[in-house]
Design a binder for this molecule. Structure first.
Ligand SMILES: NC(=O)C1=CN([C@@H]2O[C@H](COP(=O)(O)OP(=O)(O)OC[C@H]3O[C@@H](n4cnc5c(N)ncnc54)[C@H](O)[C@@H]3O)[C@@H](O)[C@H]2O)C=CC1
Ligand SMILES: O=C(O)CCC(=O)C(=O)O
Length: 526
């Protein structure tokens, strides 16, 4: 049974389906060294934003297949190490969108009407109506930096509050902005024009320190700034100074450069309201985000593509029905051609014929490479890191596409060329939903991989050879469960394939190879 470690508090309801197929251990608040000491036992690690999934933790996770982040930002996970180690990282990019949006609006309204200070003042026995005169949102300009999932939802709601909405996001189209009724502006123009500015960008090299002294200087003296994205996107010292010196109206901050954060220069300012990273903290968001990652962890355990894998090839919803079923074909063809190949691999050519040729085949390419490399590399090679490992090994990879295909609706053909000038070609397809290997070099064949052992023998077709092969395997007490013979013409070149219940020992392989007219005998596992 697979083992899953949950190291931050996640929704129990969301985790329930995982408990049906795996042992789920919830251990929150672990110190990094404690996590390192136990992670080796686990196949999956599930976190929110608290656990810092460092390279040391990932490297100690020798069995880890998948790391799930029940939320949007994956900046607490060392993606590079996870990718290099072949570990799929999945997130839940939409599960907490509405909660983060609503929290942002709550902060904007609370700030505009001084709610936190008014609440504290009244509870301390003071009735000071004049001190807390606020401002309406109607007619004010809201500047949204980052118009992705959250930024877009904020825009919709701000329009309903009759605000004017301007935005900055160099990665969205004018068309999208038009649809959202957001006026796209250059960054500096947004800073100068907005009455409220809200940040909804991921933490990246570009966004770190996006709002510093220079940017604060450009803003209106009345501007109110909201950050529910990531601490560190605003320079905290510069913000505290600007608010204290009344160079800007105020700020509302949910995220901090270091978390947990219990001391900050931001806490000293009356006009800065703070919450302890509560954007996603609703029952609804936690259940949704947890079930989104749980579904994907189950998919990874069961060999299906994960919907929101952040470091594995993306398969669009449109491609999935056609490309998805061919994923095991791609892996099996890669695995077989690699096991049949002797010598240093130089080039891999992957050809997609038929219906498949019209779709994005990135995932299939990664699976073919994963199948090829899993037998020749000490490294853990899979769909996540196959491209990296192939290029590190100097393996050239070419893809070809042809819209027509004889006999099959789609066919994946993989050829490996070696340094010694030899090559091997294997083709596979789907027949009634099952993987079938249909071609090996010049032979049309039909074998259904079972996860077991297959013997391939190239020989001259002559009477008695099948009997001799049967006697050698029989004397070794090895059962043959299936046999296939493909020949170009009677008494010509032929290929014998035997499915074996057990691997063939080297002694028997040599006996077969020493039979007259037998040129090649190889045993593979597919
Ligand atoms: N406070 C909380 O509890 C939560 C915080 N978050 C944070 O909010 C961020 C945004 O979340 P989503 O909207 O779901 O992400 P998203 O990926 O849907 O949108 C991010 C947007 O930022 C834009 N962007 C990226 N780099 C930019 C740059 N340099 N300048 C301007 N725009 C840029 C992208 O084009 C994209 O449209 C997350 O990355 C996460 O860090 C998300 C959920 C909850
Ligand atoms: O509460 C959490 O899990 C953090 C949410 C968040 O920041 C995110 O999803 O990026």
């Amino acid at each position: 049974m697979k083992k899953v470690l949950v190291s931050d508090a996640l929704s129990a309801t969301g985790l329930a389906p995982l408990k049906e197929i795996a042992q789920v251990d919830v251990k929150t608040g672990l110190k990094p060294e404690e996590l390192i000491s136990i992670i080796g036992e686990y196949d999956a690690l599930l976190v929110r934003s608290q656990t810092q999934v460092t390279a040391d933790i990932i490297n100690a996770g020798k069995k880890l297949q998948v790391i799930g982040r029940a939320g949007v930002g994956v900046d607490n996970i060392d993606l590079k190490t996870a990718t290099g180690n072949g570990i799929i990282v999945v997130n839940a990019p939409t599960g907490n969108t509405i909660s983060a949006t609503e929290h942002t609006l709550a902060l904007m309204l609370a700030m505009a009407r001084h709610i936190p200070r008014a609440n504290a003042s009244l509870k301390s026995g003071q009735w000071k109506r004049n001190e807390f005169v606020g401002s309406e949102l109607k007619g004010k300009t809201l500047g949204i930096v980052g118009l992705g999932n959250i930024g877009s939802e904020i825009a919709k709601r701000a329009l309903a509050l009759e605000m004017r909405v301007i935005g900055y996001d160099p990665f969205i189209s004018m068309e999208r902005a038009k649809k959202l009724q957001v006026e796209l502006l250059p960054f500096e123009d947004l800073l100068k024009r907005a009455d409220f500015i809200t940040l909804h960008v991921p933490m990246t090299g570009q966004t770190k320190g996006l709002i510093g002294p220079k940017e604060l200087e450009m803003m209106k003296p009345t501007v109110r700034l909201i950050n529910t994205s990531r601490g560190g996107i605003i320079d905290e010292e510069a913000l505290a100074k600007a608010v204290k010196e009344k160079r800007i109206g105020g700020a509302a901050i949910d995220v901090f450069s270091k978390e947990p954060c219990t001391e900050s220069c931001l806490f000293e300012c009356d006009n800065i309201i703070v919450t302890p990273h509560l954007g996603a903290s609703t029952a609804e968001a936690q259940e949704l985000a947890t079930s989104d990652v749980v579904k994907q962890v189950i998919d990874v355990f069961e060999g299906r593509p994960a919907r929101y894998a952040v470091n594995a090839p993306y398969i669009s919803a449109e491609s999935l029905p056609v490309v998805g079923p061919f994923m095991p074909v791609a892996r099996t063809v890669g695995s077989l051609v690699s096991q049949l190949t002797d010598g240093h691999m130089k080039n891999v050519t992957i050809k997609y014929c038929g219906e498949l040729a019209a779709y994005d085949t990135t995932a299939l390419k990664a699976l073919v490479l994963g199948g090829i490399l899993e037998h020749i590399s000490e490294e853990r090679v899979n769909v996540v890191n196959a491209d990296i490992v192939a290029s590190q090994r100097g393996l050239g990879v070419t893809e070809q596409k042809e819209s027509t295909c004889q006999n099959f609706s789609s066919l994946i053909t993989v050829t490996i060329d070696t340094d010694n000038g030899k090559s091997n070609t294997v083709a596979g397809s789907l027949v009634r939903g099952d993987v079938h290997i249909v071609k090996l070099n010049d032979y049309w064949i039909d074998i259904v991989p079972t996860g077991g052992y297959f013997l391939f023998a190239d020989h001259i077709d002559r009477p008695g050879l099948i009997g001799s092969a049967g006697k050698i395997t029989g004397d070794a007490d090895i059962n043959i469960s299936y046999m296939h013979l493909s020949r170009q013409k009677a008494r010509g070149q032929a290929l014998m394939i035997l499915a074996l219940d057990e691997p063939l020992p080297e002694k028997q392989r040599q006996q077969l190879l020493s039979l007259p007219d037998v040129q090649m005998v190889q045993v593979v596992k597919i």
